[in-house]
Design a protein around this ligand. Structure first.
Ligand SMILES: [Zn+2]
Length: 217
């Protein structure tokens, strides 16, 4: 799952308004932000295979340290501890950022073909496999994102014209980007290009979310 993860960020902002939306957007992609450098370092493995599923060109072969259930819980607890006792020292914020980190696994579980391990044991891998239908994948991500946008807009107030329309336009842009992501052809077989473009989009989208959130209160 790609843009659908941001639904968790927008929804958690409603739960804890003091949390930064930019931080929540990084939180929901935290394990992917670790995954791509891990791939380049040879710690985890992805294989680029054209049309591996209807919605992706990737076989996610080995990723226990980022996408296993145990690792996801570990990262969420670690992030909780950092925000609770080091960064903001605020329980509510620490909790929603940790939930954002763990939400990644839950949403990935819906779409991934069984490639999410419990821990390192390769014989038990989970995933409901919505990726076998590109239309179903796209629809689910779009519904999540639109529902979360609605929650976010209802729980915040615009401070300017940009504040009034900015976040909705941003969500439309994310949905357009996801058309290419879900239905588009293979963009090339370079893992470096894949990793760099994925990481760039995660930080860019978090930056835009941070900026647009400042236009609402
Ligand atoms: Zn992921």
């Amino acid at each position: 799952m790609f843009v659908g993860h941001y639904a968790a960020g927008l929804a958690l902002k409603k739960v804890e308004k003091r949390a930064s939306l930019g931080v929540l957007f990084l939180g929901v992609q935290f394990v992917d932000i670790l995954f791509f450098p891990f791939v380049l370092l040879g710690i985890e493995r992805i294989n680029i295979i054209e049309n591996f599923t209807d919605a992706t060109h990737f076989e996610l072969e080995y990723m226990p340290y980022t996408h296993s259930l145990v690792a996801s819980l570990f990262w969420a607890v670690l992030v909780y501890a950092l925000f609770r006792w080091v960064i903001v020292k605020q329980k509510g914020i620490a909790l929603v950022v940790a939930l954002a980190v763990f939400s990644h696994w839950v949403l990935d579980f819906l779409v991934h073909t069984p490639d999410l391990p419990i821990w390192k044991d390769a014989s038990t891998k989970l995933g409901l496999g919505l990726w076998n239908s590109a239309i179903a994948t796209y629809t689910l991500e779009a519904l999540f994102l639109l529902a979360a946008l609605w929650l976010y807009l209802r729980s915040t107030t615009a401070k300017s014209t940009l504040g009034k329309y900015g976040m909705a336009v941003f969500v439309v842009v994310l949905l357009l980007v996801n058309i290419v992501n879900v239905f588009g052809p293979l963009q090339g077989d370079s893992k470096v290009v894949l990793a760099v473009s994925a990481l760039a989009s995660y930080f860019l989208f978090a930056g835009v979310a941070f900026w647009l959130d400042k236009t609402r209160s």
